[in-house]
Design a protein around this ligand. Structure first.
Ligand code: SAM
Ligand code: SF4
Length: 344
C-alpha cells in the first residue's frame, strides 16, 4: 500500500488501518503523526479540554484480569471517599478553572443509586461543572436517574472488540453485554466514551483496528486508547507494558478515522513515557485529565504499577507551558461533545 494514498482517503478500511498501525519507517511514522495533528486541528481546533478526575473509591466487584483494583486483589488497601470529601475535591477542580469533573471508581455498589444522585446534584448545584461518570456497569434505572440528576457523560470502555479476548479478561462477562450498556447510555442522552486497552496479551494489530472501527460504529463522543501497564498484583503482572510506538500510532490513526471525537492523552501514556501529555497532544489527542484525588487515597488507586502521580496544581502549570509552546490553548467552555457542532 502507498502511505500518501491511504492518508488521502476519506474513509479507511480495516486493512488500511492495519497498514498504518504497522508502519515501521521513522519518516513514515512522522508523516502519520503530522497528518493526525492536521486532522485534529481541522476537526477539533487548538483547544485542549481539561477534565479533573476524582478517584473516589478503589473497591470493585469486578475481577478484570488486567486491573490492580480487581476484587481478588487482597493486597490492595481499600478506601472510599465520603460525599463531603468528593464535593470538596470537586470544588478544588472547579476553583482551578476546570469545567468537567470526572467521578471514577471501581464498580462499587456501596455508592447506591440515591447516593450517586445526591453527589451529582450537590456538585451541579454548587459548582455547575459538566459531570462524567466512570463507575462501571450499573443498572438501567440507575443510568436513567443519574442522567436526570444532571450527569452529562458516561465513560465505559469496550476494552477490546475481540469477543474471545474480552471473555479471557472478564471471565464472567460478555462483550455483547458491555456494548449493550454503552448503547443504552447513548440512547438516553449521555455523551458516551469508549475505547480500548492496548498491548493486552494475545491482542493483534487487527484487533486494534477493530477497536477503532467499533468506536466509529458506536459513534462515541470520546474515545480513549490507553496502553496496558502491568499491575504487580494481578495475574498479568509479568506481561510487558504496551509498546510506546504502537500506542502513539493508535492515537494518531484513531484521530484520522474518528475525526471529531475527544481523545485523551491518558495517565497511562504519561506513566509509560514521562512526557505523555506533550507527546499525546502532538499525535492527535485533545484532552488531558489531571488527577485531583486527594492523598492518601491517590496512592491506593493502584490500577497498574508506578502510576504517574503529581500535585494537580503543579501539573496544570506544566500543561499550560506545554500548550503555550505548541500554540494550543485550554478550552474555555465545558468541552462537550464536538458532534453537536458537526450536526449543525
Ligand atoms: N471501574 C470502571 C471501569 O472499569 O469502567 C472505571 C475505573 S477503571 C480503573 C478505568 C479504566 O482503567 C478501564 O476502563 C481500563 O481500560 C483501565 N485499566 C485497568 N487496568 C489497566 C491496566 N493494567 N493498564 C491500562 N489501563 C487499565
Ligand atoms: Fe474494576 Fe474497572 Fe478495574 Fe475492571 S477495570 S477491575 S471494573 S476498576
Amino acid at each position: 500500500m502507498n502511505l500518501d494514498r491511504v492518508l488521502n482517503k476519506e474513509e479507511l478500511t480495516k486493512d488500511e488501518i492495519v497498514f498504518l498501525l504497522s508502519l515501521v519507517k521513522k519518516e513514515e511514522i512522522e508523516k502519520l503523526y503530522l497528518y493526525a495533528d492536521e486532522i485534529r486541528k481541522k476537526y477539533c481546533g487548538d483547544d485542549v479540554h481539561l477534565r479533573g478526575i476524582i478517584e473516589f473509591s478503589n473497591y470493585c466487584d469486578q475481577d478484570c484480569l488486567y486491573c490492580g483494583l480487581r476484587r481478588s486483589n487482597q493486597k490492595l488497601e481499600r478506601y472510599r471517599m465520603t460525599k463531603d470529601e468528593i464535593i470538596s475535591t470537586a470544588q478544588r477542580i472547579t476553583r482551578a478553572g476546570i469545567k468537567t469533573v470526572v467521578l471514577q471508581s471501581g464498580e462499587d455498589h456501596f455508592y447506591s443509586k440515591s447516593l450517586v444522585t445526591d453527589i451529582i446534584r450537590s456538585i451541579k448545584e454548587k459548582f455547575d461543572p459538566a459531570i462524567t461518570l466512570s463507575i462501571g456497569e450499573r443498572g438501567r434505572d440507575e443510568y436513567d436517574e443519574w442522567k436526570n440528576a444532571g450527569a452529562d457523560r458516561y465513560l465505559l470502555k469496550h476494552e477490546t472488540a475481540n469477543e474471545q479476548l474480552y471473555s479471557t479478561f472478564h471471565q464472567h462477562e460478555k462483550l455483547k453485554s458491555r456494548l449493550a450498556h454503552i448503547s443504552y447510555l447513548k440512547r438516553i442522552g449521555f455523551q458516551t466514551g469508549s475505547g480500548n486497552i492496548l498491548g493486552l496479551p494475545g491482542q493483534t494489530t487487527e484487533d486494534i483496528a477493530e477497536d477503532i472501527l467499533l468506536c466509529k460504529e458506536m459513534d462515541c463522543d470520546m474515545c480513549s486508547f490507553s496502553p496496558f501497564i502491568p499491575s504487580s498484583d494481578s495475574p498479568l503482572k509479568d506481561v510487558p507494558a504496551a509498546n510506546t510506538d504502537l500506542t502513539l500510532k493508535t492515537i494518531a490513526v484513531a484521530r484520522i478515522v474518528l475525526k471529531d471525537v475527544h481523545i485523551p492523552a491518558t495517565t497511562a501514556l504519561s506513566t509509560l513515557i514521562g512526557n505523555g501529555a506533550e507527546v499525546g497532544l502532538k499525535v492527535g489527542a485533545n484532552v488531558i485529565m489531571p488527577n485531583f484525588t486527594p492523598m492518601p487515597y491517590r496512592d491506593n488507586y493502584k490500577i497498574y504499577r508506578d502510576k504517574k502521580t503529581y500535585d494537580p496544581i503543579v501539573y496544570l502549570k506544566e500543561i499550560h507551558s506545554i500548550l503555550i509552546k505548541s500554540g494550543r490553548k485550554v478550552g474555555k467552555g465545558k468541552g462537550h461533545s464536538l458532534k453537536s457542532i458537526r450536526d449543525q
